[in-house]
Design a protein around this ligand. Sequence first.
Ligand SMILES: C[S@@+](CC[C@H](N)C(=O)[O-])C[C@H]1O[C@@H](n2cnc3c(N)ncnc32)[C@H](O)[C@@H]1O
Length: 267
Amino acid sequence: MSLTKDQIVAANRASWNEAAAHHREHDQWTALLKGFAQPGHSVLDETMAARLQAIGLEGRAVAQLCCNNARELLSIKNLGAASVTGFDFAEEFLDQGRELAAAGGIEAELVQTDINKIPSDYDGRFDLAVVTIGVFGWQPDLAAFFATAQRILKPGGRIFIYEDHPILNMYEDREERLPPVPDESYFRSDPYRSDDGLDYWAKEDYDAKPCFWMFHKMSDVIMALVTSGFAIEDFEEFPHNIGTREQFENQPQQLPLSYVLVGRKEG
Ligand SMILES: C[S@@+](CC[C@H](N)C(=O)[O-])C[C@H]1O[C@@H](n2cnc3c(N)ncnc32)[C@H](O)[C@@H]1O
């Protein structure tokens, strides 16, 4: 049975909310709470911090689309953004984000919404929209996703994307075979169903609600960005892991593991 886009989004939301309690039990959660209690704490890696500083954060209104527990958004505030607003459909993760913000007295607005239904009050309000690590695969409609980014940005505003490389869709998440052996076609078009749960911190399976992952090729992302009215300002692929594929780093036949893509809203 094929699912509608709305059914996919609803299933994924339930699955993300279910995962939040698992993350709370993990050492990384305690480390985040301790970290954000320190002034100026940031979880951003060198690539992301340097590129965002080059774009400029001072005085900027920054939004994050699919912000999860807001660890990156709060870091962006600590790095000098004037204001930060995170959007995510999983209220359980947003509650964790509020706890992290409270731990450091960091001002952040966290809004529970499906990304394609961000209220119109936010239209044209942001200088920068940030999308990172494991977002596009949850989106059944990339054109709608980028239309939302366009809508909430000011003219001349930028979208900063720092994502897992889509070639990783070809490899099963928990496989440690080296050199990597592909399990799926890069060109798979039907959603991939998982019943293993979304606790990517512990990488442990649990008896979980189903969730659905979409395979978007690099060209799908680039063309959706361009056709929604962004001019590409920066695009670079990297050999370093930003998600859960540490084992794929430093290989003689190195796969691209991540990329940065920056678009500027035209007009
Ligand atoms: C892998 S997490 C992002 C992790 C984050 N970049 C980090 O490194 O901490 C993906 C997030 O997307 C959110 N999400 C997925 N589809 C969404 C949608 N349609 N609307 C709003 N949020 C969505 C999930 O709730 C989840 O928090």
